[in-house]
Design a protein around this ligand. Structure first.
Ligand SMILES: Cc1cc2nc3c(=O)[nH]c(=O)nc-3n(C[C@H](O)[C@H](O)[C@H](O)COP(=O)(O)O)c2cc1C
Length: 230
């Protein structure tokens, strides 16, 4: 269902930007369908494997728009504790090499087929970015977990924006992300971590079936109603 239409976003983005600010949600009175739209957008997003992502990817304008959505993520202390490194076509061989060598580093017995499969992951989606968490001790001293929440929100904003534009998007990670080789390739600084890749493109084929999502009752409780764990 990842190709389900959510094109209303394209029509209304500019209108919404011009709504009065500072009086609470612009959807309160101006757009009674706001929640329904947000719900459709959020609930129809699916993780799309890069194997199923083909050209075209986002145009330069669409890319800029997606990055501005990332910039709207909640951010305690306004640290922008994350960044995204785009891997252009010219750099895909370097990324492929890192994926392959990181595999051999941790499994010297890896078969040629496994190494080739690791390498091939660098060439899949039209837009591939490495999402980097910046957890250094910058002032103010915002805890790492809070910074990771900001990063997750930035990533989710990008995923939802791509979905609203009609693209498929998916996250990929794996052991190579934390390898020294990846660190070097991305030029990461002290306390910077490559967390995952964000892959965006056109969905070539839909995946059957849908994910069973947890129910609110599975993850919501009321303070005082559960036994206290000591
Ligand atoms: C940080 C992060 C890394 C992920 N890495 C992978 C990955 O390596 N391979 C994969 O198939 N999915 C990966 N995912 C996607 C999840 O598998 C996916 O979100 C989950 O199955 C729920 O499906 P949904 O996003 O379609 O609701 C990752 C998700 C996150 C948040």
């Amino acid at each position: 269902m990842e190709s389900q239409s959510v094109s209303r976003a394209r029509d209304t983005t500019d209108d919404r930007r011009s709504l009065p600010r500072g009086t609470g949600s612009p959807f309160e009175t101006a757009d009674p369908d706001g929640f329904a739209f947000a719900r459709t957008l959020i609930e129809t997003r699916r993780n799309v494997s890069p194997k199923r992502l083909v050209e075209p990817g986002p145009s330069p304008q669409q890319f800029e728009a997606l990055m501005s959505l990332a910039a709207a993520a909640p951010d305690h202390g306004l640290l922008t504790p994350w960044r995204f490194i785009v891997v252009p076509a010219s750099q895909r061989p370097a990324l492929a090499e890192v994926f392959a060598l990181a595999l051999v580093d941790r499994d010297p017995g890896a078969t040629l087929e496994q190494i080739e499969s690791a390498r091939e992951k660098a060439y899949r989606a039209p837009l591939l970015m490495v999402a980097v968490a910046c957890l250094g001790p910058r002032e103010p001293d915002i805890p790492r977990l809070e910074r990771m929440i900001s990063m997750g929100a930035a990533v989710q904003n990008i995923l939802l924006g791509a979905h609203a534009m009609g693209f498929g998007a998916g996250l990929t990670s794996g052991q190579a992300m934390k390898s020294k080789r990846m660190h070097q390739l991305c030029g990461l600084g002290h306390e910077e971590w490559a967390v995952c890749c964000v892959n965006i493109g056109t969905v070539s084929r839909s995946k059957a079936g849908s994910r069973v999502r947890p129910l609110p009752a599975d993850f919501v409780s009321e303070l005082g109603s559960a036994p206290v764990v000591s």
